[in-house]
Design a protein around this ligand. Structure first.
Ligand SMILES: C[S@@+](CC[C@H](N)C(=O)[O-])C[C@H]1O[C@@H](n2cnc3c(N)ncnc32)[C@H](O)[C@@H]1O
Length: 204
């Protein structure tokens, strides 16, 4: 079983020049990236070894960049959103200064110069299931779920997926999935979806 989460973060800065004391106000919402990342790996610790997380950062000065986080042990996660922001700030600085793509102390965290379309092309091979998390979608219970194929779960930041990225996404066979009609935070949505998927896995 392989589960990937892809967060589109089109305004998120692609360098480390933001203030740790005001991440939401100065980074193009790296705080959203950190929260969704932590929720992804914390929701169901037993799923950690099957999970990888991607965020495509599309903000200034040198977009796009793909953040990838994988091979995470549940006990070796950054302990807070702040700790996660500091790791990402260092990683972004390292890339600019020395083209170093992996964090020196957190090798699970890496960056590469890939955008939304390229990430989808690589992470959604023909046989994979793509779930697009969106309020208008179908509840997970109404969707046949198979854990034999790779699964890619796509969600937007606090403003949702931009139109041009939605158009790229719909070039694939996509299933719209909802965790309720109310618009929730991305971090809440990913937790709910992973908990539901784990329940399906345990009963299948
Ligand atoms: C804070 S929401 C964005 C809300 C934004 N106002 C919008 O119009 O899309 C962040 C992301 O979580 C997902 N999301 C939010 N509520 C959801 C729900 N009830 N079901 C499924 N996905 C949801 C969507 O992918 C959304 O882009």
């Amino acid at each position: 079983m392989q589960l990937s989460v892809l967060l589109d973060a089109p305004r998120c800065r692609t360098d480390g020049s933001f203030l740790i004391r005001d991440v939401p106000g100065t980074s193009g919402r790296l705080d959203v990236v950190c929260r969704v990342l932590l929720s992804t790996f914390r929701a169901v610790p037993e799923l950690c070894s099957n999970l990888q997380f991607f965020a495509v950062l599309g903000g200034p000065p040198t977009p796009p960049l793909q953040l990838q986080v994988k091979d995470v042990a549940p006990k070796a996660l950054p302990e807070s959103e702040l700790a996660c922001s500091i790791i990402l700030k260092t990683l972004l600085y390292q890339l600019r200064k020395s083209e170093q793509t992996h964090h020196k102390n957190w090798p699970e965290f890496s960056l590469s110069k890939k955008g939304f379309a390229e990430t989808l092309k690589e992470e959604a091979p023909a046989e994979s299931h793509i779930f697009y998390l969106i309020e208008r979608g179908k509840p997970l219970e109404e969707i046949p779920v198979s854990f034999e194929q790779p699964m890619l779960i796509v969600l937007g930041d606090d403003k949702g997926l931009p139109k041009d990225h939605e158009e790229i996404l719909y070039q694939y066979k996509v299933q719209e999935v909802s965790v309720g009609t109310r618009s929730l935070l991305g971090s809440q949505v990913i937790s709910l979806l992973l908990l539901n998927l784990a329940r399906c896995l345990n009963t299948s």
